[in-house]
Design a protein around this ligand. Sequence first.
Ligand code: B1M
Length: 222
Amino acid sequence: MESIITKISECVELGKVDINSPFPPQFKGRIGAYELTSQALQEGISPEAILSEALIPAMEKVGQKFSEKKIFVPQMLIAAKAMSAAMSHLKPYFQSGDVKTRGTLIIGTVLGDLHDIGKNLVSMMIEGGGWTIVDLGVDVPAEKFMRAINENPHAVVGLSALLTTTMSNMEKIVAEIKTSHKDTKILVGGAPVNTDFCTRIGADHYSPDPQGAVDYLKKYIA
Ligand code: B1M
């Protein structure tokens, strides 16, 4: 018989959020990631096992398929929604400090830039990778990043920019962070950003997509 862990993983990968969600059509009427996660906890399966054996592998598969262009933004969003539904049951355990996450990522779209779809996808995938997310939103100035770093001194920082005009703000934010927190790792991304720009502004890593960001963080904590 299929284990509950396998079922949760499958629901997240295919975007079956809960009993009412119509995706995928072959799962119509069945319970989804939300109900199955609650059931798993009631059966005594640990939050760590649900995260590391069901949610993280499912989101890794989703990230891989997205990188290979086998799925697109809508499928990724619905998978992330299923993951968030499952996480809503696990969060109290992580927030209580009883269970450790892999680390913290402070993320935001840089000053002057209101695009958040890509940034949100990256956040959701990284959260699915077992990290705590401090999401500062959009149009974020350097001071707000600095405050968040002071509150989370071991966090990695993620900056997103979608406009060529806001790339210069990304550069200024990186410079400001590195001046006072030279050991803070900074990950950058967004359509106009590339590896050359990342190197030039002194950030630590550029990822073109969410899975690359997840892989970098995995390597960083290894
Ligand atoms: Co705007 N916009 N927009 N826009 N918009 C673009 C970016 C643009 C390319 C459209 C165009 O002209 N063809 C263009 C930028 C041109 C340039 O600078 N070279 C543009 C413009 C000009 C503008 C305005 C200036 C328009 C105007 O008002 N005259 C204005 C600026 C507002 C502002 O930010 N101050 C504006 C406004 C908007 C909306 C508000 C209407 C809306 C944003 C809604 C929202 O985000 N909530 C919007 C949208 C939707 C777009 C397009 C159509 C789609 C962007 C998107 O969400 N893509 C976009 C054109 C396009 O890309 N086709 C465009 C999907 C998303 C999943 O991809 O964000 O690239 P993306 O994220 C990817 C990767 O880049 C990466 O992972 C994601 C998944 O693969 N990634 C990271 C992103 N962040 C990362 C961080 C990481 C790692 C990876 O680590 C931390």
